[in-house]
Design a protein around this ligand. Structure first.
Ligand code: ZN
Length: 310
């Protein structure tokens, strides 16, 4: 079994979340006043803001963050490797209004996916932005109690919401997804969804349903999408995927038959690929221009491990 790489996007240098401090109001107030504290700002449509100079800087100082008005939501993300506290803030602005919000500096709103894909910021910041995006998106979509329908309020430094009417507590959720590379020993099974970029094939994936283990979800999804039965599911690595809040559980599985029947509601195509073909797809040298997900996605690392001889 290959060692999972440390280069998977959104996984590098996770913050110290200081979860035991989330209800310590004195501590939280001291962080807000600490000059080292930094703020990751998101426009209210969940797009991160960057100060533009030589590069893309998502770390706003307190007085810079204040230029965007009182945040709609604040979450304590944690402390980084330099022991600076990072907060995520949703601010009530648009990309156009944000551009000129800071005197003497330009600000740009860029969706997180291209930021991660193109490596516009260092990997630890990609991880922090991912955590921030999932949390702010959760707050934006959970303003009302799922139990009684009344408004809820943020508590615990942004890590739960409480209903003022019935007292129910609501916690941020993570949706588990299995992503699996099915092999028959020499070849692997890849599929193409209609919305993929031209020529791209990737590992099959699907949400885990209530009552399923991740192994059962792998068997079901592969059978549904490609008509292939498989066995011997082996865990590889996982990846938080903040669109909006999934956890990708990367696995290998062994096919026990090879006759593909594509579910055309889910996939445009599914095929077996040899190691040489996958190597060419990862290198960008495939003769038909077929390609595979980039290194920030866990699928890339499953394919790389397969090519390297898993
Ligand atoms: Zn309620």
């Amino acid at each position: 079994m290959p060692t999972p790489p440390d280069a998977i996007g959104f996984t590098q240098d996770p913050l110290d979340r200081m979860s035991e401090k989330r209800d310590d109001e004195t501590f939280l107030a001291s962080l807000s006043e600490d000059a080292a504290t930094r703020f990751l700002l998101f426009a209210n449509n969940n797009v991160p803001l960057f100060k533009r100079a030589d590069g893309h800087d998502p770390l706003f100082l307190a007085h810079e963050a204040a230029q965007f008005g009182t945040p709609l939501q604040t979450v304590l993300l944690g402390r980084d490797a330099d022991r600076r506290a990072l907060f995520a803030c949703s601010v009530d602005t648009t990309a156009e209004a944000a551009a000129d919000a800071l005197p003497g500096a330009s600000v740009e709103a860029i969706e997180l996916r291209p930021v991660a894909m193109q490596g516009l910021v260092a990997p630890p910041l990609v991880s922090a932005l991912g955590e921030a995006r999932s949390m702010l998106d959760w707050h934006r979509r959970h303003r009302f109690c799922a139990n009684c329908g009344n408004p809820t309020d943020s508590a615990g430094a942004g890590w739960r919401r409480i209903c003022g009417q019935c007292g129910a507590q609501h916690f941020p959720r993570v949706d588990p997804v299995v992503i699996m590379l099915v092999t028959d020993g020499e070849r692997c099974l890849l599929g193409r969804q209609p919305q993929f970029a031209t020529g791209m094939y990737s590992a099959l994936a699907g949400f885990i349903e209530p009552g399923e283990t991740f192994e059962h979800a792998v068997y079901r999804e592969v059978l549904e999408e490609a008509g292939i039965r498989c066995a011997d599911v082996r865990y590889f690595a996982s990846q938080p995927w903040p669109f909006p809040s999934s956890l990708m559980i990367g696995c290998f599985a062994r096919a026990t038959d090879t006759e593909i029947t594509v579910d055309e509601k889910e996939l445009e195509d599914a095929r077996w690929f040899s190691r040489d073909e996958v190597r060419a797809m990862l290198d960008g040298t495939h003769p038909q221009g077929l390609n595979a997900p980039k290194a920030f996605a866990i699928a890339h690392h499953l394919l790389k491990a397969f090519v390297e001889g898993d």
